[in-house]
Design a protein around this ligand. Sequence first.
Ligand SMILES: Cc1cc2nc3c(=O)[nH]c(=O)nc-3n(C[C@H](O)[C@H](O)[C@H](O)COP(=O)(O)OP(=O)(O)OC[C@H]3O[C@@H](n4cnc5c(N)ncnc54)[C@H](O)[C@@H]3O)c2cc1C
Length: 220
Amino acid sequence: MTAFEQERRNKVQRLPARGQYEREEVYRIVDDALICHVGFVIDGQPFVIPTLHARDGDTLLLHGSSASRLMKHAGAGGALCITVTQVDGIVLARSIFNHSINYRSAVLFGRGQLVTAPEEKLAALACFTERLLPGRWDDAREPNRKELKATAVVAVPIDSASAKVRVGPPKDDEEDLALPVWAGVLPLGQSYGEPLADPGAAAELPLPEYLAAYLAARRE
Ligand SMILES: Cc1cc2nc3c(=O)[nH]c(=O)nc-3n(C[C@H](O)[C@H](O)[C@H](O)COP(=O)(O)OP(=O)(O)OC[C@H]3O[C@@H](n4cnc5c(N)ncnc54)[C@H](O)[C@@H]3O)c2cc1C
């Protein structure tokens, strides 16, 4: 896998040592995150909208209501800036100034293309569903024609991207190291809770095996 070329819009200026451009690094951050924020400008007004995403190679997939402003703009080839953020810890320094966050984030640039072929749309929706929970696509009912029509899928070939990562302990100034102030990192992550069955279910069903296996693998 090659790196993204460093150019004006994707080159990390502030703390450039934290910048990463290898596709593998950028895509790992993208794939680890459940949601992204899509930024776009209409008539000079910027909007940043949170949404789910899935990745297919060098293409990011978005989906949503065919009536949504975001999907209409993205599907018409509008310029997009898509960000993904993972917070890994709160960095507590001895000085207020050096407090920080441990994070992995990615910024992607591209223009959307509406996916119209039904089989491509279905494949994209399968990609989204399997990302939420592997095994779900084969279990739940597939979208019917009406539902497919109501759902827009937009493919965004990733033209340019960057990642920025902060890891490790606080970086206090030398003269602050002797201060009697606790310093370190408060790790922060996301975890799954216990599954809650839908109270409206017609019958009580056992937890699907793929869900139990998924949870078990993440709790090891
Ligand atoms: C969870 C989190 C919290 C943060 N909190 C703060 C804060 O409180 N204050 C603060 O100043 N900064 C914070 N940052 C860093 C912030 O995201 C920017 O990197 C920083 O503010 C510099 O912005 P800029 O537009 O001047 O970047 P520039 O370096 O000028 O940006 C140029 C290009 O570098 C790339 N780039 C910049 N930032 C990122 C990024 N985070 N991830 C991937 N690519 C990037 C983009 O392609 C961008 O177009 C935080 C980051 C994260 C992930």
